[in-house]
Ligand binder design. Structure first.
Ligand SMILES: [Zn+2]
Length: 259
């Protein structure tokens, strides 16, 4: 009998711990991941759904992700370790996210990626539906989006009657392939997935992906527009990358109610 079953009410799954544990992850990394969950909820990238993960600091073939719960409520004790196949190390009977395969397969495909945010942030969703208008950087803060974010079409793998969720390694690998070497991949009728070379950078990218979507939608309503050129996206990205800590520190204080 299979150990997994789908809990429709919570959109989670109960799985047996089948991955092998090794050295424990850095407690500071676990604390930052819990904080990242609450920051992304506060900044309205995540609501009751969506998730953020970070690659294990001692086992690059493992990653850390909250158990199946609303991100705004995540604390250090809710973080679970997984292998790249999505097997849990220490769920200890707790329900885990159905879409954990997004994370494992992108970490497998992209050794440079250290953190991933998957969200349904609402301003981005329409751009995953558009057929002829690319989602692209329209502001210096979001140069990392480039000039055309790829769109993952789940029908190419799952047919036309899926629930649109990434619930298997096959679908996760398909999403990773669509992402390619980019930073943002849109998921038609679902949301988006954003990566970073650090947890803080992935959080920054996720927040400014939503900002860019609002700006691009607004300018499209106003008229013809001039987005960033490819060269501008690359140069702006390098400069803005050096400013990630400033934003993180502000968001952190806001979560703590200190600003
Ligand atoms: Zn999702």
């Amino acid at each position: 009998m299979s150990h997994s079953h789908i809990d429709a009410a919570q959109v989670g799954a109960n799985v047996a711990d089948s991955a092998t544990a090794g050295a424990t992850a850095d407690p500071d990394l676990i604390a930052d991941l819990a904080l990242a969950n609450r920051i992304l909820f506060q900044e309205r990238v995540l609501d009751a759904f969506g998730h953020v993960s970070v690659r294990h600091d001692k086992h690059p073939d493992h990653f850390l992700l909250a158990r199946n719960m609303a991100p705004g409520l995540v604390t250090d004790h809710d973080i679970v370790e997984f292998d790249l196949d999505g097997n849990a190390v220490n769920a200890n009977g707790r329900s885990v996210y159905l879409e954990r395969f997004i994370h494992g397969e992108i970490y497998r495909a992209r050794p440079d990626v250290m953190s991933i945010v998957h969200s349904h942030s609402p301003a981005v969703v329409p751009f995953g539906l558009l057929r002829h208008t690319p989602f692209r950087a329209v502001c210096h803060m979001s140069g990392f989006i480039g000039i055309c974010a790829p769109i993952f079409e789940i029908r190419t793998i799952a047919g036309d009657s899926s629930d649109l969720l990434i619930t298997s390694n096959e679908l996760g690998a398909g999403l990773a392939k669509a992402l390619g070497d980019q930073t943002v991949v849109l998921m038609r009728g679902h949301g988006s997935t954003v990566v970073g070379t650090s947890l803080k950078q992935a959080v920054f990218h996720a927040i400014y992906t939503e900002v860019n979507a609002k700006l691009q939608a607004e300018v499209m309503r106003l008229g013809e527009y001039t987005p960033l050129s490819e060269g501008e996206t690359k140069t702006a990205r390098k400069t803005i990358d050096t400013q990630v800590d400033r934003a993180w520190n502000l968001w952190k204080l806001r979560v703590k109610g200190e600003v």
